[in-house]
Design a protein around this ligand. Sequence first.
Ligand code: COA
Length: 385
Amino acid sequence: MATQEEKVAIRGLEGVVAAETSISYVDGVHGRLLYQGYDIHDLAENTSFTETVFLLWRGRLPTRAERDTFRSEIVAEMRLPSQVVEMLKLTPPNSHPMGVLRTAVSMLAHFDPDAEDQSPAANGRKAKRLLAQIPTIIADLHRVRSGQPLLSADPHYGVSANFLYMLRGTPPSELERKVIKVLMVLHADHELNASTFTARVIASTLGDMHSALAGALGSLKGPLHGGANERVMEMIRDIPDVATVQAYIAGMLENKKRIMGFGHRVYRTEDPRTKHLRRFSEMLCQQRNEAHLYDISRRIEQAVMEAKGIYPNVDFYSATVQHALGIPPEYFTAVFAASRTAGWIAHIMEQYADNRLIRPTSHYIGEMALPFVPIEQRTAPGGRS
Ligand code: COA
C-alpha cells in the first residue's frame, strides 16, 4: 500500500481505470461508441430502444420473438402504484422534475415486492419494472402538472413511443417515433460516466437496485452531466438571432462561463451521437417553422469551435430535438435519465456479477498532530470567542 507521501490524487479521476466492462466502449480519439461490440451508428439506424436494452442487459441482440416478448413485458409495467401518483400531485409545481424523479424512484422501492430480494430472478423483474416506470413517472408528472388526465400505455407501441404518447396525449407520427427511439438508443449507455460510476459504487456495497438508481439520478441531475441539455435550450432561447451568436459566445467565454452542451472528458473529436441529433434537429425545426433554433445552434457550434476548439456533446442537439418533440425543457434531463436507466441497470448487474467493494483512498493534505484545545479556550477565526 502507498505511503501518505507516495499518494497522488488524480483530479476528477481522469484516466483512472475503475472497472472492467463489456457493456460499452468509448473511443475518444476516433469518436467511436460501441454497445456490447456493436457500433452506435448501426444500432441507432436499425434497432428499437427495447432491442438495445436487451443487448445491453444480455450481451447479445434478441431474435424477433425475444424482442417482442421483452417489449410487451416492459410495456405492461408502464404504470405506477397509486401512492406514487399521489406523491407526484403533492410536489410543489416548481420543484424540479429530476428531483421528483429521484424521490419517485426511491418511493417505488416501498411498493416493489422484490425490493429487498437480490436474487438474479428478482433483479431481472425489478430491472424491467424500473425501465418501464421511469418514463411513466416523467409522463405522469407532466400530465399532473398541466392538469391533464393520465394515460395508460398503448400495447401497440414500444417503450419510447409510449413515453411520447403518454406525455403528450397524441399518437406520435412515424418520424417522431423514429426520433424518440434514436434519441433513447443514443443515450442508453456511455461507459463509466459520473452517474454510472455512482450506480456501480452503490451496487458494490450490495445496495439494492432502487438505491443505485436514485444515486445515479442525483448524479445525472448536475449541470456538468445530464443537466446540461436543459441549459442549452435556455441559452438558445436567450440568443435573439444568428447575427448575435458570435458576440454572445465571446461574452460568455470572456466571463469564464462554460458553454453548456460543449466539451467532454473523453472525446477529443466529434461525439458520434451528435451527427444523428444534428440531422433530426434540422429536420424537426424546419418542419415546425422553427428553423432559426437550428440555425442559431449551428452558429453556436461554429463560434465555440473557432474560440475554443471544442466540439458539441450529446446534450447540445438533444435540446432542440426534444423541444421539437414537444417535451418541455425542464423534462429534458429526465428523458436522458429514462434512456440511461438501460445502461445503469446493465452496469449494476455487471457489478453484482463480479463484485468487489469500490472503496478508493485519498491523499490527506490536512494538519497532523494538532494539540487538543478544550472548548472553554477555543476562539473562532477572526478572534470572536
Ligand atoms: N465551455 C467552455 N470551456 C470549456 C468547456 C465548455 N463547455 N468545456 C471545457 N472547457 C475548457 C475548460 O475551461 C478548460 O480550458 P482551460 O484549460 O483553458 O482552462 C478545458 O476546456 C478543459 O476543461 P476541463 O473542465 O478540465 O474538462 P473536463 O474533462 O473536466 O470537463 C465537462 C468535461 C463535460 C465537465 C466540460 O467540458 C463542461 O463543463 N462542459 C459543459 C457542461 C456539459 O455540456 N456537460 C455535458 C457533458 S456530456
